[in-house]
Design a protein around this ligand. Structure first.
Ligand SMILES: *Cc1c(COP(=O)(O)O)cnc(C)c1O
Length: 413
């Protein structure tokens, strides 16, 4: 008799975006003529850049000829892409990395969900609250948490780091003992970002308190302010305590194309039960070689083209397009009387609900009255209650129309 992994049964209800999709489908059924604008899920809408498409076409043709055909590639990614990543994302910021510290993958979701496998089964971890749900759910599934406490919306044995208006939505280092901490900077969902000095505090805490930081910088390309770090490795001493994850999804529109990477520095170490330090890099290498057979060649050539001068400029133009939307959302809602955070170094605006409305209640109201789909903050954790996340990934026209509709409801007057 096969037993199920009962950890899966701890997970409450639906994946957040499945619940939203269900509500929107229900509304559409009863209002088939409503023109619904989606500022909910964090998915891009601009097509792939011409330089990237060109590189993909070329790579596809190579696959059709015996002398340029590629079979299995290296599990860690092709050297041409790893070199382009190191040069484009790290050397440019005076960070040196070895080629074998970079692992190319098919997505940061995959990487961030799986990275916990190289730590001990008794792992104790901390997450920001609110947070990108994958950090938490992946740990629940392998048994790193206790039960879900439905009345509080939290799991037992997890350390939550509240992100509130009082602390600028910036997680503070834990006061109790943890082994790893997930940090997303700039943050999804709040759109706020830690400064270099704030990240220095974290790196110091990781050394002092002996924990590893899993640093998700999926949105680094949206940073506009000078003192916000693009990589945790800009901070001295970070290589000993941090693993960094990046994705081509938000910077180059790869949400449907799939490519990302992890940096596991040789210097980053964890410990055996009897106190021996072990480098995490060979462990992640071993894990990838067993579980993963490499990102497709065509996709890696596409990702490489992001770092070409043309690809870089074209992708930057799309990022600017989204950031214009972010400003439309932020400025429009502030003018309508709302309190809005984020949307300066990230494509997300974190909007306080009016009159202390619950986030699902405000979600329903905007769907019914403005036909605008948002994401209720409560879906990202208990401290997300009282907020909505709006994304800047729509079209310019739809974004402006959605904000005009919300303003017309005059809920804050
Ligand atoms: C979108 C996103 C990613 C990227 O995931 P992919 O699987 O590479 O598409 C990673 N982390 C966060 C916080 C995100 O919002």
């Amino acid at each position: 008799m096969a037993h199920v992994n009962e950890n899966y049964l701890k997970l409450p209800g639906n994946y957040l975006f499945a619940s939203i999709a269900q509500k929107v489908a229900e509304f559409s059924k009863h209002h088939p003529d409503a023109s619904i604008i989606r500022l909910g899920i964090g998915d891009v809408t601009r097509p792939l850049a011409p330089a990237i498409i060109q590189a993909m076409h070329k790579a596809v043709d190579e696959m059709g000829h015996a002398d340029t055909f590629r079979g299995y590639g290296p599990e860690q990614g092709y050297d041409f892409l790893r070199q382009a990543i190191i040069k484009g994302d790290y050397h440019r910021r005076n960070i040196s990395l070895d080629l074998d510290e970079v692992f190319v993958s098919d997505g940061a979701k995959t990487d961030v969900a799986c990275i916990q496998e190289i730590f001990g089964q008794d792992l104790k971890f901390a997450v920001a609250d609110p947070v990108y749900p994958v950090y938490l759910d992946s740990n629940v599934m392998v048994g790193h948490t206790g039960n879900y406490l439905a009345d509080k919306g939290i799991y037992e044995q997890v350390v939550y780091l509240p992100c509130t208006a009082e602390n600028g939505f910036k997680a503070q280092p834990p006061t109790e003992k943890v082994d790893i901490v997930y940090l997303c900077n700039p943050s999804n969902p709040t759109g706020t970002a830690m400064s270099k000095a704030e990240l220095e505090t974290w790196v110091k805490a990781a050394h002092d308190q002996n924990f590893i930081i899993i640093y998700d910088s999926a949105y680094e390309t949206y940073i506009t302010e000078e003192d916000i770090p693009h990589s945790i490795f800009e901070i001295d001493g970070a290589k000993e305590i941090a693993i960094e994850l990046r994705s081509f999804s938000k910077c180059a529109g790869f949400t449907g194309t799939r490519c990302a990477y992890v940096v596991v520095p040789h210097a980053c170490k964890a410990y055996t039960k009897d106190g021996k330090a072990v480098s995490l890099n060979p462990l992640w290498n071993r894990r990838q070689c067993t579980f993963f057979n490499g990102t497709p060649y065509v996709i890696q050539r596409a990702a490489e083209a992001y770092y070409s001068p043309e690809g870089w400029a074209q992708c930057q133009a799309d990022v600017n397009y989204y950031m214009d939307n972010a400003h439309t959302i932020r400025d429009g809602l502030i003018a309508a009387g709302y309190t809005v955070y984020g949307a300066t170094n990230s494509p997300y605006a974190w909007v306080q609900t009016p009159h202390q409305m619950k986030s699902w209640e405000f979600f329903d109201l905007l769907l019914e009255k403005a036909h605008v789909v948002t994401t209720p903050g409560e879906g990202f954790g208990p401290h997300g209650e009282g907020y909505l996340r709006l994304t800047a990934f729509g079209t310019k026209e739809n974004t402006a129309a959605a904000i005009a509709r919300i303003a017309d409801l005059k809920l804050c007057k």
